[in-house]
Design a protein around this ligand. Structure first.
Ligand SMILES: [Cu+2]
Length: 142
């Protein structure tokens, strides 16, 4: 009946300290955008989940222009757009003007070049410094 000293530990609560130092320490963080998913060279099936990352800039829905902010775009079978150029809206220039960082793209099977392009509130490209291009192979679905 003795259950003494069973060594049952109180739940160890680990406090996670959020490392916000990057912004507070004064070091200008490198500005970049990047595909979190899919990875360069990935082979996927449609619909393709896309996760878009950004560092050194703040996501803001389209509308007014605020320095240091913008929203993501995915350009299908295109490279980066020249800085200042307005990104068209059509089937191959997809805007995420609500500030989305995730999306699904319906793509027919084949090989693709996908470019993430960050742009300001008036959809004006930030240029190749804030772009990331990957290759993707979409395989036939089940
Ligand atoms: Cu846009």
């Amino acid at each position: 009946m003795n259950r003494l000293g069973t060594g049952r530990l109180a739940a160890a609560v680990v406090l996670g300290f959020l490392a916000l130092a990057g912004h507070a320490a004064g070091a200008e963080p490198a500005k970049r955008v990047f595909f979190v998913e899919p990875k360069d060279g990935a082979e996927v099936v449609s619909p393709v989940k896309v996760v878009m990352g950004v560092e050194g800039m703040t996501i803001k829905p389209s509308g007014g222009v605020v320095a240091g902010t913008g929203h993501h775009h995915v350009l299908i079978n295109k490279g980066p757009m020249r800085r200042g150029k307005v990104i068209p809206t059509d089937r191959v220039h997809v805007h995420f003007g609500k500030g989305q960082t995730e999306a699904t793209l319906k793509l027919a099977p084949g090989e693709y070049t996908l470019t993430m392009q960050f742009a300001d509130g008036l959809h004006r490209s930030y240029g190749k410094e804030l772009a990331h291009t990957i290759q993707l192979k979409v395989l036939p679905g089940k």
